[in-house]
Ligand binder design. Structure first.
Ligand SMILES: *[C@@H]1O[C@H](CO)[C@@H](O)[C@H](O)[C@H]1NC(C)=O
Ligand SMILES: *[C@@H]1O[C@H](CO)[C@@H](O)[C@H](O)[C@H]1NC(C)=O
Ligand SMILES: *[C@@H]1O[C@H](CO)[C@@H](O)[C@H](O)[C@H]1NC(C)=O
Length: 253
């Protein structure tokens, strides 16, 4: 009898498993969200074409307290999309943290569920602006058998510091190797390429740029012209005086 029961279980169990709808979440677990931000939980249902989903429900469980979220949503912050597969809660507050359980019921009345814990993101995020140069090789997506090797020069001197080189040399931490002229040489079966990147040189900043010089030159030309015109006018005014004075003595004599 025991043997027959075992055989029955071995043959029948896969049939039941086959007909089940499996549920999992799109995101990893546990999930962290900061207060005031939006939480989106999307359940993925894996089912056979002949299986039909009758109902999808969402519950939030916390310290033995279970709250049914779907069905009667009074909270305007909560919405369900994609045939109830996606739960969205905007402006997350402390009361929203806990374990979210999604339950799917198929047309045979079989239920499957999965849970995901949502925790509050408490540590403030740290951000920094990376002082990195990345050597990017555009290969037009052609296939190559090897991976490129990167070589960096700073003002013509090869970089040997392994701490400054990141991602197999693809990136260079320029906080550690300061210079003005950065050169990246890449070698691969597709060829060797050399590129340069220059940081803005600390040249003594002149107070005037080219448009400004053009203005200055124009102003100088205008001034010079005015000067010449003035000189001409003055000469023309004085001429009648000089001529008589030059002639008069001759007349009087
Ligand atoms: C978010 O919720 C808090 C209370 O939890 C409220 O004070 C705040 O005004 C809400 N913000 C928005 C944008 O609705
Ligand atoms: C930068 O350095 C490379 C290698 O030393 C050199 O070939 C290149 O001419 C330099 N570029 C400039 C603008 O100085
Ligand atoms: C680059 O070097 C600076 C200075 O040592 C360091 O603080 C920083 O973490 C490094 N950045 C990376 C991405 O390694």
């Amino acid at each position: 009898m025991g043997l027959w029961r075992l055989v029955w279980i071995l043959f029948m169990v896969p049939v039941f498993v086959h007909g089940r709808i499996s549920v999992h979440f799109k995101t990893g677990r546990p999930l962290y969200v900061a207060l005031g931000k939006t939480l989106v939980l999307e359940a993925i249902f894996q089912k056979n074409p002949e299986d039909n989903i009758d109902m999808v429900t969402w519950d939030r469980q916390r310290e033995k307290e279970n709250v049914r979220i779907s069905g009667t949503i009074h909270d305007k912050r909560i919405s369900l999309e994609k045939d109830n597969a996606l739960l969205r809660i905007i402006n997350i507050s402390r009361g929203d943290f806990g374990t979210y359980k999604v339950t799917v019921t198929d047309s045979n009345g079989d239920q499957q569920h999965n849970s995901i814990e949502v925790r509050m993101m408490e540590q403030p995020l740290k951000a920094s602006i990376a002082n990195l140069l990345e050597c990017f090789v555009d290969t037009n997506d052609v296939a190559q058998w090897d991976t490129p090797q990167f070589e960096w020069l700073v003002d013509g001197v090869g970089v040997t510091s392994q701490t400054a080189l990141l991602e197999n040399g693809r990136r260079l931490n320029i906080s550690l190797v300061k210079g003005e002229n950065y050169t990246c040489i890449t070698h691969s079966s597709l060829g060797t390429v050399t590129t340069h990147f220059e940081t803005s040189k600390e040249t003594p900043t002149s107070p005037c740029s080219w448009p400004c010089y053009k203005g200055l030159i124009a102003a100088c030309v205008v001034l010079a012209l005015l000067f010449v015109i003035c000189v001409i006018i003055m000469k023309m005014r004085r001429q009648p005086k000089y001529v008589p004075t030059g002639v008069e003595p001759a007349n009087t004599v």
